[in-house]
Design a protein around this ligand. Structure first.
Ligand code: NAD
Ligand code: TYD
Length: 358
């Protein structure tokens, strides 16, 4: 086994691509990046790595167990970090099949290949190997305004097909540790934002629509609350858990930055008002449009991140204000990226999701 090599899955998506860039900047070792390149995976996110000898990109499916097995045999990684997933709640409502296939069946085949590989390692390598599964706070369900934030011990209560499929995958990972002794780690993180996020999720969608001068759709009354974390802080947390996490453990990761959706949207509009003023000094706020709510919409997510802070020493470096300023700037500066990902199938999705909302 080469302890420095990591098999990253889903590394062409939003968080995965940020993690790959983070690892290569830190010169951690060889990154083998397995990604199916679904609508959410974008090779452009990795283009500047085309000549980087520490990055190997493989287009493929985590559910293809023989492909995963052959990559493990060839590159002998010391860790697998699993980002690959269908990740958008609204898509899971209109079409849950892909969520079950990738998040549940795919994770099963990936971890089964990992187990077979791990069993063939020497005793030392077996204890050094890690399977890190990247998951979400949404598995814990929803909170009321004054409920305490989610802890690692909070009971699972997923409410959407997305969170149910992630919960199922978390349970598989737990079982592979408990039953076979595979050295697993699970991280449950709050909402991320930052560069390379596909503009179907709230923050990049709002920036995109505002800059186009089209309606900014806010579900319901905009009072739902999310705990926002800048993506680079999430990547640092994953690296820290890989290095210092206890096998079989779960770590909650969050930004300690709860905002209503309306607060998020107003923040983006205020930054844009400063950076790209509209004609006649109209505010971007004028584009906000309240639309039919998401079915089963979770009211509030909040993470208690005291375990990872106490045991591993991780804490976020960005505040919501600094992270949002960087994010809005990134989208303004990368208009060509946005243009490329918002053509073709993207238009069909916008019609499917927003066409029927009033
Ligand atoms: P994303 O949708 O942007 O990217 C997912 C990536 O996985 C894409 O590159 C896609 O091509 C790839 N993929 C999908 N199915 C695959 C398959 N069968 N085989 C191989 N690759 C496949 O998602 P993201 O926002 O970057 O999220 C990454 C992970 O982090 C997910 O597991 C998600 O549940 C979790 N997570 C996300 C957030 C968030 O706010 N975005 C928060 C907490 C946890
Ligand atoms: P999203 O980015 O889809 O993340 P998640 O549902 O996984 O938390 O949505 C964040 C919040 O923003 C969520 O409460 C739903 C809301 N939302 C809107 O109000 N309008 C939109 O167009 C989208 C995509 C989301």
């Amino acid at each position: 086994m080469n302890k420095k090599n990591i098999l990253v899955t889903g590394g062409a998506g939003f968080i995965g691509a940020n993690f790959v860039h983070h690892c290569l900047a830190e010169k951690i070792g060889l990154i083998v990046n397995l990604d199916k390149l679904t609508y959410a995976g974008n090779y452009q996110n990795l283009e500047r790595l085309a000549y980087n000898a520490d990055h190997v990109f493989v287009r493929g499916d985590i559910a293809d167990q023989s492909l995963v097995q052959s990559l493990l045999d060839e590159y002998q990684p010391g860790a697998i970090v699993n980002f690959a997933a269908e990740s958008h709640v609204d898509r899971s409502i209109t079409g849950p099949d892909d969520f079950i296939q990738t998040n549940v069946v795919g994770t099963f085949h990936l971890i089964e290949a990992a187990l077979q590989y791990w069993k063939g390692l020497s005793a030392n390598d077996r204890s050094a190997f890690r399977f890190l599964h990247v998951s979400t706070d949404e598995v814990y369900g929803t909170l009321q305004k004054d409920d305490p934030a989610f802890m690692e011990t909070t009971a699972y209560a997923p409410n959407s097909p997305y969170s149910a499929s992630k919960a199922a995958s978390d349970h598989l990972v737990r079982a592979y540790h408990h039953t076979y002794g595979l050295p697993t780690l699970t991280t449950n993180c709050s909402n991320n934002y930052g560069p390379y996020q596909f503009p179907e999720k709230l923050i990049p969608l709002v920036i995109h629509n505002a800059l186009k001068g089209i309606e900014i759709p806010v579900y319901g009354d905009g009072s739902n609350i999310r705990d926002w974390l800048y993506v680079t802080d999430h990547c640092r947390a994953i690296s820290a858990v890989l290095d210092a996490g206890q096998p079989g453990s779960v770590y909650n990761i969050g930004g300690n930055s709860e905002k209503t959706n309306l607060e998020v949207v107003h923040t983006i509009c205020a930054i844009l008002d400063q950076r790209v003023p509209r004609e006649e000094n109209l505010s971007y706020d004028a584009l906000i449009t309240f639309v039919t709510d998401r079915p089963g919409h979770d009211y509030r997510y909040a993470i208690n991140a005291s375990k990872i802070r106490r045991e591993i020493g991780w804490r976020p470096q960005e505040t919501f204000e600094t992270g949002m300023a960087k994010t809005v700037k990134w989208y303004i500066d990368h208009a060509a990226w946005v243009e490329n990902v918002t053509t073709g199938n993207y238009q069909k999705w916008i019609q499917t999701n927003y066409g029927q909302r009033t």
